[in-house]
Design a protein around this ligand. Structure first.
Ligand code: TRP
Ligand code: ZN
Length: 872
């Protein structure tokens, strides 16, 4: 842990390194606490560097330097400087040379899960973003691409030895109980894509023949006994490989592709070249252990990591400021994959819900940053929803603006121009300019300007002239000390709907100015405006739509996104009216009108069940915050939200019951769209009915959980019971624990269900659960299950006026920071909305934030998040 004040890194300071690494030969002698690493690098001066005969400054931390040699000659300590994070060789040769470095590290003692560490007796690595420097001294940055050859020596009790690329050799080490394996990766790569695994693992195998005729051996490695849970991941992998060939014309480029599942992992998964490493919750699935949502996530994340092979690995990033170049684009690609595999309409709604629930709150508050930031303290803090999801939205807008054909041409040009390079966002966008002949200079501001734009719309119909004049205004809220924001170039798909529900106009406008007027001719009747169809731009719409207009859209909008959106808009309006106590006497009727409008699509046999389930989901608390701006009373907001849901659910009760009864199924479980849509609708209906306190719900919950043949049903019932404080909850929890206490992923679910049980005293319950024998702060999945869920998904528990929620969060952040800063820092982002609450909550949150900031030592990760959260 560093103690000095953390340093800020700026995009404008980018400089190429004075030397490059052509190739590196790594030898690992694996031992739990004293692993030896030998790195032999072929170095050469970098022609692109302007600094001549410079010192060679390599990154390294948490490792012990044993020796350094240049061209075979050992250096003495006078030849280099060594500090806690750098090895500086003062006068390296002016011509190409070899550099050999020997270091030692302690995988068993590595609780940060960055670099080489141990998980359940196996060795594994995580090098993105800056973990390789915990393995050896190196240019640990993405613009230094080298060819890797790796030799792993390990005890025979760890039979599986894996690294990147193709297998090259393996055998015994004579006279010892150890063996070795060698791997060769022909594709030059940056150090963050290096990976190594050594363990006593089971595996399943399959094959794939690429469109170029290459035979690829596919392997998935898991803990012994879990082989039967890999089938879905393998099927998803093959589907991803096929899809990328068909849609992006990208084929795989090695003889093997391996996936390893580990149970201690900071994030979802990692795209290391030829050796993806996964959090096991995104690999392992059987109908009786994983929910439909788990199956869908596995499919999407397997695809995401696989797609990185081209967008991220073959073309990587020049520096970490360009992170969205690989992440935004790869999320866009995995979204398109899922849209092709499942329902495109429902997937779009899913993704927008995600943007609103995670990206908007980030973009609205103190942690806001553009998809391409211009400075950071700790890059690990920038694997954010803005970089990933807003980054994907920006790619999607390019597609919308220039059309599918030009977009495809631009992508192919990008692959052709930059294969084997470390690229920038500018270079990416230039490919679409070249392919489309359009200027994207103003559009580029999306990458550089933070904040969610607000678009206000007002339309005037002229009955005589039969024209509809639409005035659009865009603006972005400025935070303290920010420069004025500039107008963005945004595609806005729109439709004008006649009073009979028929389309009067369908098309798109491009908004480029702060205020812009568009006139539509030959509009036969006064229309209802359907704007930002399919969420064509990631903005917040401000318009004065009457309840009548919204109900018309809900019944007739031909854009399935905006049809759904109309229900959302109306629901949000009603929640806010309840919060403000406006027109209390008319309120129940308005809710009834929404219920009435929902009954029709719910009964429509032409609509997918998954879509109907979406119609029954409504905005969460966080989504309401921006509209309330400040001084939010969390208890009152919770009450308004709950009142809305239960009133609506009461009106809909008979429909909900009908849905529940008609979605009973005896078919063998499949995680496909049809079945999972049906189950989504079923449990959504049951959950709402439980909030209406419908008398038939309790018996159904008991039946669901006792006779469940799949986890979607079993966990669905448990969540409903715990979420809505059903008296059956304790019983169902005990039953769930009893049946699943041997399965870590299900114990996570058991903790998660309790973390999200609402109530102002839930901090005490969560604190007590931290003493449960199955709780550990060392496994991120467990911490996230209990604490990220409490902080991020238990609104009135975390924001309890007593301040107990904030106190618990601060205690945990401080404790976990000492062992795993990345996890602590993710939890710390939960405070990002603190300024929006009333003075009591604000004071309590501020006190806890200051307490965290005063903790010593404090990682740069948490320092950056908390200091920004307190400042803005
Ligand atoms: N690049 C990974 C992805 O998006 C995510 C990632 C970045 C990651 N840093 C990490 C995963 C650290 C685990 C740990 O697919
Ligand atoms: Zn990614």
């Amino acid at each position: 842990m560093r103690t000095e004040t953390p340093k800020t890194i700026f995009l404008k300071d980018y400089k190429p390194t004075p030397y490059l690494v052509d190739s590196v030969k790594l030898t690992f002698r694996l031992h739990d606490t004293e692993t030896l690493v030998r790195a032999e690098m072929r170095m050469k001066p970098n022609k692109a560097s302007k600094t001549k005969s410079a010192a060679l400054e390599l990154d390294g931390e948490m490792i012990k330097l044993l020796s350094v040699a240049i061209n075979g000659e050992l250096l003495s300590t006078g030849d280099y400087d060594l500090n806690e994070r750098k090895l500086v060789i003062r006068k390296p040769p002016a011509k190409a040379f070899t550099l050999a470095i020997e270091t030692q590290c302690d995988p068993a003692g590595n609780t940060a899960l960055s670099g080489l560490y141990m998980s359940n007796g196996m060795f594994c690595t995580q090098c993105e973003a800056e973990g390789f420097r915990r393995i050896t001294y190196f240019y640990d940055r993405p613009d230094v691409l080298a060819k890797y050859h790796v030799r792993i020596e390990a005890p025979k009790r760890l039979p599986v030895l894996l690294s990147n690329g193709n297998p090259a050799a393996s055998g015994e080490i004579a006279g010892t109980d150890r063996h070795f394996a060698e791997w060769d990766d022909p594709h030059p790569k940056p150090s963050y894509l290096f990976a190594l695994v050594a363990g006593d693992l089971a595996s399943v195998h399959d094959r794939f023949t690429t469109s170029e005729g290459r035979e690829v051996g596919l392997g998935i490695y898991v803990e012994k006994g879990k082989e039967s849970r890999c089938a879905w991941a393998m099927q998803s992998l093959k589907a991803s490989m096929r899809w990328d060939e068909k849609v992006f014309k990208r084929a795989y480029d090695l003889d093997v592709f391996n996936i390893v599942a580990v149970s201690d992992f900071n994030m979802g998964a990692m795209e290391n070249k030829g050796l993806n490493i996964f959090n096991d919750k995104y690999v392992l699935a059987l109908p009786e252990t994983a929910t439909d949502t788990d199956f869908q996530l596995i499919e999407a994340i397997i695809a995401h990591e696989y797609f990185h092979n081209w967008t991220g690995n073959r073309i990587t990033c020049r520096d970490w400021f360009q992170l969205c170049l690989k992440e935004g684009l790869t999320v866009f690609r995995d979204q398109e994959f899922t849209a092709d595999m499942r329902s495109r309409d429902v997937k779009r709604i899913d993704d927008v819900q995600d943007v609103r629930a995670r990206q908007f709150p980030e973009d609205f508050g103190p942690l806001q940053h553009p998809p391409r930031p211009s400075s950071y303290i700790e890059i690990n803090n920038f694997y954010t929803s803005t970089v990933y999801e807003k980054g994907a939205e920006v790619c999607r807008m390019i597609l919308t603006l220039i059309g599918a054909k030009a977009f495809d041409k631009g992508m192919q040009l990008y692959f052709k121009r930059h294969d084997g390079e470390a690229a920038t966002v500018e270079q990416f966008v230039a490919c679409f300019e070249a392919a489309s002949g359009r200027k994207l200079k103003q559009f580029f501001r999306w990458y550089e300007q933070a904040g969610t734009p607000q678009v206000a719309a007002s339309g005037v119909y002229n009955a005589k002239a039969k024209t509809y004049t639409l005035t659009l205004t865009q603006s972005v809220k400025r935070l303290k000390g920010q420069k004025p924001k500039q107008p963005l170039h945004m595609p806005l798909a729109l439709g004008l709907i006649g009073p009979d529900g028929k389309a009067l106009y369908n098309g798109m406008v491009e908004l480029t100015k702060a205020v812009q007027v568009f006139t539509f001719k030959n509009i036969a009747a006064k229309p209802v405006l359907s704007l930002n169809r399919n969420f064509s731009a990631p903005v917040v719409l401000k318009r004065r739509a009457s309840e009548k207009d919204l109900l018309l859209q809900l019944a007739h909008d031909s854009d399935s996104f905006n049809r759904w959106e109309a229900g959302q808009e109306l629901a949000q309006k009603l929640m806010l009216e309840r919060y403000h106590g406006k027109e209390a006497n008319k309120w129940p009727q308005k809710v009834e009108a929404l219920a009435e409008a929902l009954r029709q699509p719910l009964a429509d046999p032409h609509l997918d069940d998954a879509y109907k389930a979406k119609l029954l989901e409504f905005p969460g608390f966080e989504q309401l915050l921006p509209a309330l701006v400040k001084d939010v009373d969390p208890a009152r907001l919770n009450a308004a939200h709950t009142d809305f849901i239960s009133t609506l659910a009461q009106s809909l009760e008979s429909s909900l019951r009908e849905i529940y009864q008609s979605t009973e199924s005896t078919a063998a479980y499949l995680p496909d769209d049809a079945q999972s849509g049906q189950r989504a609708l079923r449990y959504q209906a049951l959950g709402l009915a439980s909030q209406a306190k419908a008398p038939w719900v309790d018996a159904s919950l008991i039946k669901e959980s006792i006779s469940a043949t799949n986890m979607t049903a079993e966990y669905g019932a448990l969540r409903i019971a715990t979420r809505f404080e059903n008296p059956l909850a304790e019983d169902l929890l005990a039953r769930f624990y009893q049946s699943h206490s041997a399965d870590p992923l299900l114990i996570d679910k058991w903790f998660a269900a309790q973390a999200t049980t609402p109530g102002e005293n839930s901090a005490a319950r969560v604190r007590a659960l931290m003493s449960h024998k199955d709780f550990t702060v060392k496994t991120p999945n467990r911490v996230y299950a209990l604490l990220r869920n409490f902080i991020g998904a238990n609104f009135n528990g975390f924001h309890a006026p007593s301040g107990e929620g904030y106190r618990l969060a601060a205690d945990v952040i401080i404790a976990i920071d000492a062992i795993n800063p990345q996890v602590a820092s993710r939890l710390a982002t939960g405070f990002r909305t603190w300024r929006m609450f009333d003075v009591n909550n604000r004071q309590k949150a501020q006190g806890e934030l200051q307490r965290i900031l005063a903790a010593k030592p404090l990682s740069p990760d948490v320092f950056e998040i908390i200091s920004r959260t307190l400042k803005a």
